[in-house]
Design a protein around this ligand. Structure first.
Ligand code: SF4
Length: 196
């Protein structure tokens, strides 16, 4: 019988050899994402950075350690969630992914959401919010305008928007809202007790 793990792994293998957009020419490793194949919480960021490109794993640098710390303070391990990004390959110089690159990569994230079937998707940063939030309809968005107002993507699946962990790490004004949004996502996903 086919398992979710097999399918997530198959998708990851496709991503690792993907040449659908120009980012394939400059990446070292594509980064499909990693985590619990039965996760109720899916974290979606923008695209891999230098450390992720070097290792093929998501959130390996300072922002990754910050995210791990925030999760740990809530009593949640990274192994309990699944982490991925709207684009699976690093844009050169860490520029934002271009619209045609986001479009080329879109079906991978759609398939991941279908395979994982998480109760909660947390879009971290403007690129992920623009890609996933129906209120954005693909247009550029301000995270501050969308965060704190969950939307239903489909029955049993909520979308929350928050700042990117790198922004939350650098800017004190984003930190508390990020931690609060992450906590809410963990509660709604049933990972920790509490009121959302
Ligand atoms: S960013 Fe996505 S579409 Fe582009 S090459 Fe990488 S995996 Fe393929």
């Amino acid at each position: 019988m086919e398992t979710a793990q097999d399918s997530i792994e198959r998708l990851a293998a496709e991503v690792r050899s993907c040449t659908r957009c120009r980012l394939a020419e400059t990446r070292t490793h594509a980064v499909p994402g990693a985590g619990n194949p039965r996760a109720e919480l899916l974290l979606v960021a923008e695209a891999p950075g230098a450390r992720e490109d070097a290792t093929g794993l998501p959130f390996q640098g300072l922002a990754g350690r910050f995210l791990d710390r925030c999760l740990a303070e809530l009593g949640v391990s990274r192994a309990a969630v699944f982490i991925t990004s709207t684009n699976k390959c690093r844009p050169p110089g860490n520029r934002n992914p271009r619209p045609d690159e986001v479009a080329a990569c879109a079906s991978y994230l759609d398939r991941q959401m279908a395979l994982l079937a998480p109760a909660v998707v947390l879009a971290m940063g403007g690129t992920a919010a623009a890609r996933l939030d129906p209120r954005a309809a693909g247009r550029p968005v301000r995270v501050a305008d969308l965060r704190g107002k969950p939307v239903t993507l489909q029955p049993g699946r909520a979308l929350l928007v928050t700042y990117h962990p790198a922004a939350a790490m650098r800017f004190p004004a984003s930190r508390q809202p990020f931690v609060s949004d992450l906590r809410r996502a963990c509660v709604v996903a049933g990972l920790i007790p509490g009121l959302p």
